[in-house]
Design a protein around this ligand. Structure first.
Ligand code: SF4
Length: 264
């Protein structure tokens, strides 16, 4: 049985870069260009409805037709007595997309293997090679990085630039916050995380675990504080490099899996 193909367009100004569309249609049909998705080829017509559903930003439309942004809000989103601006505000909370489909068993298995090996490598060095020193290599935020670089490898937030840049930049900011504001730890913690997020945005290295890396620099143990700016290089930089090496090795073994999508 043959399936017809449909050309789509994606509005880059609306796209949030979540990757749902690429996960559904595959990277032969849709790719990530920077922080937004872009069509590569026509998509099978049978996927069209699901594709429109999985996009939380209504950024996808059929080529030649009105953009999905023009789709009317659900009728129940606009109560008659409510001012339109308020109705639109609450309508956003309804979502509008659907939960993406579950990963298949093979993907789950490769995600498990990658994360097992990545964390095992860092933890082995931490406990067996650095045990008698003042250094450490395993920090909590690497667990969150493992979710991205082994379990969500198509996400723009999981790419090497984000993994390395996000962690190192956040670590430097976290250490600076601790050294400048340490006597007021609640303020140091808030400044560390918020400034790390802003810096990652500005440098296109947004990596959510970076927020935890910055926070650890403030609320971590005396051993972490004693490292000073070395914290950004060991454990943070070196640990991220080891996890990246494992991600490159494992994620590219299966035929249908490829990592990274981009380097810089
Ligand atoms: S699903 Fe929508 S918001 Fe997410 S990457 Fe695709 S076009 Fe962008």
């Amino acid at each position: 049985m043959t399936d017809t193909a449909t050309a789509i367009t994606i509005d880059r100004t609306l796209c949030r870069g979540c990757g749902n569309c690429m996960g559904l249609a595959g990277d032969t049909c849709i790719t990530m260009a920077g922080h937004a998705a872009a069509p590569v080829s026509e998509i099978p017509a049978r996927l069209l409805d699901s594709l429109l559903d999985v996009c939380p930003a209504h950024a996808i439309s059929v080529a030649g037709q009105a953009g999905a942004a023009a789709i009317a809000l659900p009728a129940h989103a606009a109560a008659p007595a409510m001012p339109p601006a308020l109705a639109a505000y609450f309508a956003k909370m309804l979502g509008g997309g659907v939960c993406p489909p579950a990963a298949d068993v093979q993907d789950i298995a490769w995600s498990w293997l990658g994360s097992f090996l990545g964390i095992a490598a860092v933890a082995f060095v931490n406990f067996n090679l650095l045990g008698g020193t003042d250094l450490l290599l395993l920090i909590g935020s690497f667990g969150a990085s493992a979710v991205l670089i082994y379990g969500a490898i198509k996400s723009p937030l999981a790419q090497p630039r984000n993994l390395l840049g996000g962690h190192v930049i956040s670590a430097l900011i976290g250490v600076a916050a601790w050294q400048l504001l340490g006597p007021v730890p609640w303020l140091a913690a808030a400044v560390a995380v918020s400034t790390a997020i802003a810096a990652m945005h500005a440098t296109r290295t947004l990596h959510p675990p970076g927020g935890a890396t910055a926070l650890i620099a403030v609320i971590g143990s005396g051993k972490v504080h004693a490292l000073g700016y070395m914290y950004a290089f060991v454990p943070v930089g070196l640990g991220a490099v080891i996890m990246l090496a494992i991600a490159l090795a494992v994620n590219n073994i299966p035929q249908g899996r490829r990592y990274p999508d981009f380097w810089f």
